[in-house]
Structures are given as structure tokens and as C-alpha cells.
Design a protein around this ligand. Structure first.
Ligand SMILES: [Zn+2]
Length: 156
């Protein structure tokens, strides 16, 4: 990786984790680089939430998975593999050869409920801590977190 002097652009999904019984993470806004969404899907129920870092509800998540949640699922499958994501979210009828699309389809088919986004602040502060960690400077140790900022992926 070549260090860049330019301000870092956020990857589309700079932070994703399987934690607290949820798939959750931070998804950057397609239109505004300064705005991010905190999105989550609960294991088992697939109850979903999406709001901005300023706690405004996402307009796209009214009764349905919004694009941020879909992007989050896509990134989780890239980082953890579809099998692990399906197991964590307890998607039992996931096909053997599932991908992000089929996992999303399996979840939306159950017509999951929208949940409140009370965990959003927590997720966002973890994201900020990870950002601070990444700013610590060059190190010779491999940092798995660096894959949250893939240099080759275009920012949509
Ligand atoms: Zn959203």
C-alpha cells in the first residue's frame, strides 16, 4: 500500500462487524463524503435499523432494507464469507452456495421488522476508535483492519 498525502476518502463500507448479535457497520453516503450511515441487521429476526451518524433516520429504510444495509451485507460477505455471515445471522434456509444477494433475499423474504437504532451511537464510536487506530502510522505488523480501506475499490 502506498501512503497518500491526500485526505482519505471513505470506502463505501469502511466498518463492518459481527457483534452484539448483529451485523452492523458504517456505510458512507453515496452523495456526501461527510455523511455516513450506521446500519445493522439483527441475527435471527433480521430486524434492521439505519440512521446517519447524527441519528437522523435513513429515508431509504422505511419498511425495507435500504441500499446502505444491502451494501453492508455485501461487504460482510466479502470480509467474512457468506457461510459465516449466514451462520451468525441464523439464516437457516440459505443455499449452500449463497452470496450476498441470496442472503439478502432470504432475509427480506421473511419481511423483517424495522428496529430502533439505539445501538447506532455505540457502533459509530467503535468506528471512530478504529479510524484513530488506523491513523497511528506505519507499522510492520499486518493490520486486518486495513482492508476496510481498500485502495483499489472505487468510491461510489
Ligand atoms: Zn440506510
Amino acid at each position: 500500500m502506498v501512503p497518500s498525502a491526500r485526505p482519505r476518502k471513505l470506502a463505501k463500507v469502511p466498518f463492518v462487524e459481527l457483534a452484539d448479535g448483529r451485523l452492523q457497520g458504517v456505510v458512507s453516503s453515496g452523495s456526501d463524503i461527510g455523511r455516513v450511515y450506521v446500519s445493522s441487521v439483527e441475527a435471527g429476526s433480521y430486524a434492521f435499523a439505519c440512521s446517519t451518524n447524527n441519528n437522523r433516520p435513513c429515508g431509504g429504510a422505511r419498511g425495507w432494507f435500504c441500499n446502505h444495509i444491502r451494501a453492508l451485507i455485501g461487504e460482510a460477505v466479502l470480509q467474512y464469507g457468506a457461510e459465516r455471515v449466514a451462520r451468525y445471522l441464523k439464516i437457516e434456509d440459505a443455499a449452500e452456495e449463497s452470496d450476498a444477494q441470496s442472503l439478502t433475499g432470504a432475509m427480506t423474504a421473511t419481511r423483517p421488522a424495522q428496529s430502533d437504532s439505539s445501538a447506532a451511537a455505540q457502533v459509530f464510536s467503535r468506528f471512530l476508535r478504529h479510524l484513530a487506530y488506523l491513523e497511528l502510522g506505519p507499522t510492520t505488523a499486518p493490520l486486518p483492519e486495513m482492508q476496510w480501506f481498500p485502495t483499489t475499490r472505487a468510491v461510489a
